[in-house]
Ligand binder design. Structure first.
Ligand SMILES: Cc1cc2nc3c(=O)[nH]c(=O)nc-3n(C[C@H](O)[C@H](O)[C@H](O)COP(=O)(O)OP(=O)(O)OC[C@H]3O[C@@H](n4cnc5c(N)ncnc54)[C@H](O)[C@@H]3O)c2cc1C
Length: 527
């Protein structure tokens, strides 16, 4: 006879935003949860996004009103729960009468019937109508509404070429995507979930309605088993593969893999607003102030087949993005200005859309009992909708398991986010008062990353030297220890490119790796 006490309620496959969000929600409702991530948290799509909590202005042209409305409402809910890693951002949309629709949106098809003389051009009144909907659909309370800018005298016009004289400005929010994932995982662990990184689900078997998973640890290769009543397959781009190869489902559902790349350049403009550029091909491109000294430009849409290697930004994608923004910029950029690129694969639900730009960005949750025990497969979704996706996943999970508690995550801060929106400067001042050796930039970085937890990292330090070894760019051993103990960081790359973006600066990755290897046996994940 097996002992039922060693059976978990849920095994979640995937430490991206959807897996971590579901694990957090489920653990907070009292379910026993194990989350398994084969690499680092947010090592796949969830660290490669454009990093916006946004309604998705362009989805209005696809009549995706439910998705846009849900995401617009969600922006402010999320902002309140994480005012350290997320902040409001203004978007400047320069207008030019030659701007064109993507040819196969429902709006462009409608326009070609009612206003055929426009020949695919996007009229100003339609943009204004879209922005009016964007302003009103989601019940804005914190974020300011749309306004018109005269680019001939506004500072936002200075970096643009003279053809652009008018722009619309609207609101969305920025979020540090990879930190969002780590903080959800940390919160899940604090609520009782077991989080296993560098651990892969290699096989799954259903027996008498219970799953047995074989897990493999990446560094040692050692194998172990975990049993669970239900599996959540939140493996993003791998969802179809895991459904068929590990879970053994006969479902026909699948994902469409669409690669999106970004380039990072030195800072291209002085203000803190973002540009929303429309191309002659109907696509859009963002240029966003990034990590104080840089500009983030993206993204592309490319069919992606091969999941065996890390996606990269191809030279063609890079050239496309440079050409796209150069149509707007007064001082054109070249590949010499690119300091970093990254790429991710969107796991879009395959509903047979003709173009990849048109494929839905909405999420789909599918309960699947075909392998003999319950599975929930997660397709698509946005960073912006992860909390709502988790709530809806828990509704579905409740159809198979006893989930006594209802939704709880709206309004509950993630770690370090327990302070009012807009109080970041106050937190920075407080931190500098308590730790006089911090300069403004260092203090801001710490508050933006850790919020109210920054003081826990600083501890009793009286001088910078008290924080231990210095790895460059204000990264010290005290912070590294925190990230290893509370945020599941294992390698220099985890810290330099996901828990932070200090990899863009002058840091010593080799010393950091050596330090972490030596420190690892002394620090347990304590979340
Ligand atoms: C270019 C681009 C821009 C985007 N911009 C935005 C944006 O601005 N705003 C927004 O809201 N959304 C945006 N998105 C969408 C958003 O990033 C994704 O929807 C989201 O990150 C998907 O998260 P996920 O958890 O489903 O997948 P992932 O983050 O890919 O996580 C899945 C995880 O499963 C793990 N895994 C796979 N197989 C196994 C296994 N056998 N065992 C254990 N673990 C396994 C993987 O290692 C991976 O970490 C963007 C996406 C892209 C690609």
């Amino acid at each position: 006879m097996s002992d039922d006490t060693d059976i978990r309620d849920l095994l979640v496959i995937g430490g991206g935003i959807n897996g971590c969000g579901i694990a957090r929600d489920a653990a907070g409702r009292g379910l026993s949860v194990t989350l398994v991530e084969m690499s680092d948290l947010a090592s796949a799509t969830s660290s490669a996004s454009t990093k916006l909590f946004h309604g998705g202005l362009r989805y209005l042209e696809y009549f995706e009103f439910r998705l846009v409305r849900e995401a617009l409402i969600e922006r402010e809910t999320l902002l309140r729960a994480m005012p350290h890693i997320s902040w409001p951002m203004r978007f400047v949309l320069p207008y030019h009468k030659e701007m064109r629709f993507e040819a196969d949106t429902p709006t462009s098809r409608l326009m070609s019937v009612v206003m055929p003389w426009m020949r695919g051009r996007r009229p100003a009144w339609l943009i204004r109508l879209g922005l009016l909907m964007y302003d009103t659909l989601g019940g804005r309370k914190i974020l300011p509404g749309t306004k018109t800018l005269n680019l001939t005298n506004a500072p936002e016009g200075a970096p643009l070429n003279d053809a652009f004289t008018k722009a619309y400005e609207y609101s969305d929010c920025w979020v540090e995507d990879a930190r969002l994932v780590a903080l959800n995982a940390r919160d899940a662990a604090q609520r009782g979930a077991t989080v296993l990184t560098r651990t892969k689900v290699v096989s799954a078997k259903a027996n008498n309605g219970v799953w047995t998973f074989t897990l493999q640890e990446a560094t040692t290769g050692s194998q172990s088993t975990v049993r669970a009543r239900m599996v959540v397959n939140a493996s993003g781009p791998w969802v179809g593969q895991i459904m068929r190869q590990q879970i053994g489902s006969n479902s026909q559902d699948d994902v469409r893999l669409v690669r999106g790349s970004h380039i990072v350049t030195k800072r291209l403009f002085d203000h803190d607003k973002c540009y929303f550029f429309q191309g002659t091909d109907g696509r859009i491109m963002f240029a966003i102030p990034y990590e104080t000294d840089f500009t983030l430009i993206g993204t592309t849409d490319q069919e992606h087949e091969d999941l065996t290697s890390k996606p990269i930004c191809t030279p063609e994608e890079q050239a496309y993005m440079i050409e796209f923004v150069n149509a707007y910029l007064k001082d054109p950029i070249s590949s010499d200005d690119v300091v970093w690129t990254y790429s991710g694969v969107r796991p879009l639900y395959d509903e047979g859309a003709s173009s990849i730009t048109a494929a839905t960005r909405d999420y789909t949750l599918k309960l699947d009992d075909s392998a003999g025990a319950p599975a929930l497969n997660v397709f698509g979704g946005k960073i912006t909708t992860y909390r709502r996706l988790a709530e809806n996943a828990l509704d579905k999970i409740g159809q198979r398991l006893n989930v006594a508690q209802g939704p709880w995550t709206a309004g509950v801060a993630i770690p370090g986010g327990d302070f009012p929106v807009g109080d970041v400067d106050k937190l920075i001042d407080d931190l500098r008062r308590d730790y006089a050796f911090l300069d403004g930039r260092w203090a801001r970085r710490l508050i933006r990353a850790y919020g109210t937890d920054a003081k826990l990292i600083m501890g009793e330090a009286k001088t910078a030297a008290d924080l231990g070894q210095d790895f460059g760019a204000t990264l010290t051993a005290a912070e590294v220890d925190w990230l290893m103990a509370h945020e599941f960081a294992r390698t220099a790359e985890d810290i330099l490119w996901r828990r932070s973006k200090l990899g863009l600066r002058d840091t010593d990755a080799d010393s950091l790796d050596a330090y972490m290897t030596a420190r690892r046996p002394q620090l347990k994940d304590i979340a």
